[in-house]
Design a binder for this molecule. Structure first.
Ligand SMILES: Cc1cc2nc3c(=O)[nH]c(=O)nc-3n(C[C@H](O)[C@H](O)[C@H](O)COP(=O)(O)O)c2cc1C
Length: 201
């Protein structure tokens, strides 16, 4: 089949997110100006450079108690910082709880029973239970085509890795099994990584 997105796909559900899959999940912690924490998952997320390390994520739509965007974006506009917490298989249910549209002053660390610990380079809490955390400072927020679509670009200023998952100097994804987002309501975990040698000339 072929479809033009502006003409509709003709399927019961939009397949777009099932095509661009799997996507890593940025479980983003922020704080508002009063110091109340917020935590929510974003899978329009990826790394776009590694020297210095830079990441992007997309926020789509506006929450009923916000003006332009969701709580995460509102807090980032106020503070200029956020932390990306990586979701392991063991954290999937906690992550899911934090995706509900709680009121803006609800602390989702409490909702999901997670342990907030202060970041080192930014004024924000991170998820202690996560296998890795990326402390981020915003460089740009770009308004995209469509209704309330925003792309945030940020530089990673601090990286936490759980020592339990470092073996012989390598961060072992197979030990914590990162959760990824597919289309519809589907997820996948990475549990059998393998290596491919680069091609020889
Ligand atoms: C796995 C997962 C990935 C998600 N990815 C996105 C995303 O990339 N962009 C987005 O706007 N919402 C995404 N959502 C929905 C938000 O998590 C949801 O709207 C949440 O309530 C936003 O919280 P906030 O207002 O505290 O930022 C995702 C939800 C789930 C469960």
């Amino acid at each position: 089949m072929f479809y033009r997105p502006d003409h509709g796909h003709g399927l019961p559900h939009n397949p777009f997110k099932a095509i661009v899959a799997p996507r890593p999940i940025a479980w983003i912690s922020t704080q508002n100006q009063s110091g109340i924490s917020n935590l929510a998952p974003y899978s329009f997320f990826n790394a776009v450079a590694d020297d210095p390390p830079q990441i992007v994520f997309g926020s789509n739509g506006t929450k009923s108690d916000q003006i332009r965007g969701k709580d995460t974006l509102a807090n980032i506009r106020e503070t200029g910082v956020f932390c990306v917490n990586i979701v392991s298989e063991a954290l999937k249910d906690a992550m899911n709880k934090t995706s509900f549209a709680h009121e803006k002053d609800v602390d989702e660390f409490e909702v999901a029973g997670l342990s907030p610990v202060p970041c080192q380079t930014i004024d924000c809490d991170r998820v202690f239970e996560s296998p890795a955390n990326l402390e981020c400072k915003v460089s740009q927020i770009i308004e995209l085509e469509g209704k309330a679509n925003f792309l945030t670009i940020a530089t990673v200023t601090g990286v936490h890795l759980k020592d339990d998952f470092i073996t012989k100097g390598l961060f072992e994804l197979g030990l914590f099994k990162p959760l990824s987002r597919l289309g519809y309501r589907d997820y996948a975990i990475v549990q059998e990584p393998f290596s491919i040698a680069p091609p020889r000339p």
